[in-house]
Design a protein around this ligand. Structure first.
Ligand SMILES: [Zn+2]
Length: 124
């Protein structure tokens, strides 16, 4: 699958580190999130930081597939729920990016990352 086939017209914006800092995201950690349309509140864009671009091509695809999992399921933007994170991870896994998803999550030493890695390892 190419990046274009994965994204289906969803755009990927690189936002400056000053933006991510306001959300407590350190500049050296690769990060991505979804952005919603201000009127429809539908998720429609993916925002990434500069460090995202230091990932390998397949790791980038894993992260973009995870975000596309949120967009396709139209998860609410501002409510973080581990079920939705795992659902988005499952979408990346279903496209063949399990190892890369685990590699990227392993860069975060957080309880959430450990939980999601265990969920992926536990699954097929
Ligand atoms: Zn997510």
């Amino acid at each position: 699958m190419t990046r274009e086939e994965l994204l289906q017209g969803v755009s990927v914006l690189t936002l400056p580190d000053s933006f991510w800092r306001s959300y407590g995201i350190p500049a050296h950690m690769p990060f991505a999130g979804t952005a919603e349309h201000p009127l429809t509140h539908k998720l429609e864009e993916i925002a990434v930081n500069q460090a995202f671009h230091t990932l390998t091509q397949r790791q980038q695809m894993a992260v973009l597939a995870h975000e596309m999992g949120h967009i396709r399921a139209n998860h609410p933007k501002f409510i973080r729920d581990m079920r939705w994170e795992c659902e988005a991870d499952d979408y990346a896994v279903s496209l063949g990016y399990k190892e890369e998803m685990i590699q990227v999550l392993s860069m975060y030493n957080t309880d959430e990352a450990k939980f999601r890695i265990a969920a992926m390892r536990g699954g097929k």
